[in-house]
Design a protein around this ligand. Structure first.
Ligand SMILES: [Zn+2]
Length: 79
């Protein structure tokens, strides 16, 4: 089974085995499901002038989108 990743309270988290997304969201209403990018994507963004935010918006590498979500580089602590 694939890991389910979420962004909640300022951190990327992986749900424990056996916990469904619905169960997690019931406990953490502000959380969103995210798809963690590959190392290649992160490298490209690092050398690029932009980066995906965790919700898929296009933002500055060290910025956050208009929904208040950080770029992947920031979320993963890479910059
Ligand atoms: Zn956004």
């Amino acid at each position: 089974m694939e890991n389910i990743n979420v962004y909640s309270e300022g951190r990327i988290r992986t749900l424990k085995a056996g916990m469904s997304l619905a169960e997690y969201l019931a406990k953490h209403p502000g959380a969103i499901q995210v798809e963690v990018p590959t190392v290649e994507e992160l490298r490209e963004w690092n050398s690029d002038s932009g980066c995906d935010a965790i919700d898929g918006c296009w933002v500055e590498p060290d910025g956050e989108c208009r929904h208040g979500f950080p770029s992947w580089l920031v979320a993963l602590g890479m910059i």
